[in-house]
Write a protein that binds this ligand. Structure first.
Ligand SMILES: [Zn+2]
Ligand SMILES: [Zn+2]
Length: 363
């Protein structure tokens, strides 16, 4: 079968690979759709510290093809969304209602399965898979605790987006920051996650939603999804946001890029007593700083956000219900579709700012 594999930094290739059947507690999925996310690129271009090779893909939907021994949550034929955070319901965090921090993620993030062996191979070599999924491929084998069954009526390409961008962005607003109706929101970065933050802010009843990006096309797109103001990123961004928000700064800001310099801007654009939520994931050595005098004085909250504080088993179906009710425009986020052979082009288009979301389709 075909999978998108990175062997060297910045070399994204479609490769012929082999996939073992699922072991106990695992499932095999015939992929239907995979979103192309900036985190896939961060894995490929060395932003993330993981060693290569790595098979990409962490935002996808498909149908269960085969289940390993002891799997009870899904059966062959079930449509599922893959989750890049497992949901073991048994670890320190899962037991405390913090499913997004499930401790089993640590092993899967190395690219192996929970027993520390690999299912994907090229010749005799093991190929680690991103987040234990590697779902930018015709098939994927992963843990049964990494799939969530969904309503069979839902379009698979829409369902795929719920696996990362939508759950992250909408969740950041509704669950992490808990934006109040009537408030002001600024979003730095208008890719798939940023657009999802904007849609979440609309759902939360925000009064002003300020989109910030370097790319004018993305700002136009942001307005279509509910941004009330668009600010082209520059040295004057913070000043502009203060101008729009009665010189106070925004009640809530979201950093959806993963750059320390932008985190500092987002923090500066947050009003005193407001909340700055960091969603974008960047480099380990890219450090932001705040001074010890004004940090307590301004009493702002600076908050990290993983997966929108989601509990995938509950929140994936909830996001898809919002879509079915017309409250989230997920179809509109899909600006281009590709075959798996066109995956390298999909990454080029993302870098070029052409897509809210590009999606690879297999059927
Ligand atoms: Zn992602
Ligand atoms: Zn857990």
């Amino acid at each position: 079968m075909k999978a998108v594999v990175v062997h060297e930094v910045n070399r994204i290739e479609v490769r012929e690979v082999t996939l073992d059947p699922p072991k106990a507690g695992e499932v095999k999925i015939k992929m239907a759709a995979t979103g192309v996310c900036h985190s896939d690129l961060s894995m490929a271009n060395g932003t993330f510290p993981n060693p290569l090779p790595m098979a990409l893909g962490h935002e996808g939907a498909g149908r269960i093809e085969q289940v390993g021994q002891g799997v009870t949550n899904v059966k062959p034929g079930d449509p599922v969304v893959l989750s890049f955070v497992p949901n073991c319901k048994d670890c320190f965090h899962c037991l405390r209602g913090e499913a997004h921090l499930c401790e089993k993620k640590r092993i899967l993030d190395t690219g192996s399965q929970l027993d520390k062996t690999h299912r994907l191979h090229e010749g005799n070599a093991d190929i680690p898979v991103m987040n234990g999924l590697g779902c930018m491929a015709e098939y994927a084998v992963t843990q049964s605790i990494c799939v969530v069954p969904i309503d069979p009526g839902i379009s698979m390409r829409v369902a795929a987006l719920v696996g990362c961008a939508v759950t992250t962005g909408v969740g950041a607003v509704l669950k992490t920051a808990q934006v109040k109706p009537g408030s002001t929101v600024a979003v730095f970065g208008c890719g798939g996650v940023g657009i999802s933050v904007i849609q979440g802010a609309v759902l939360a009843g925000a009064q002003q939603i300020i989109a910030v990006d370097l790319n004018e096309d993305k700002l136009e797109m942001a307005k279509k999804f509910g941004a009330t103001h668009a600010v082209k990123a520059s040295d004057a961004t913070v000043k502009e946001i203060r101008g729009i928000t009665n010189r106070k700064g925004a009640d809530y800001t979201f950093e959806a890029i993963g750059l320390a310099a932008v985190v500092e801007q987002a923090y500066a654009a947050t009003r005193n007593g407001g909340k700055c939520t960091i969603v974008g994931m960047g480099k380990k050595d890219d450090r932001f700083s705040f001074d010890s005098f004004t940090f307590p004085l301004f009493a702002k909250t600076l908050c990290g956000c993983l997966y929108g504080n989601a509990n995938p088993s509950v929140d994936f179906p909830a996001m898809l219900n919002l879509y079915s009710e017309g409250k989230l425009d997920l179809e509109g986020m899909i600006t281009n579709t590709y075959t798996i052979d066109e995956a390298p082009q999909a990454f080029e288009d993302m870098v070029g700012g052409l897509n809210a979301r590009g999606v690879i389709l297999y059927e």
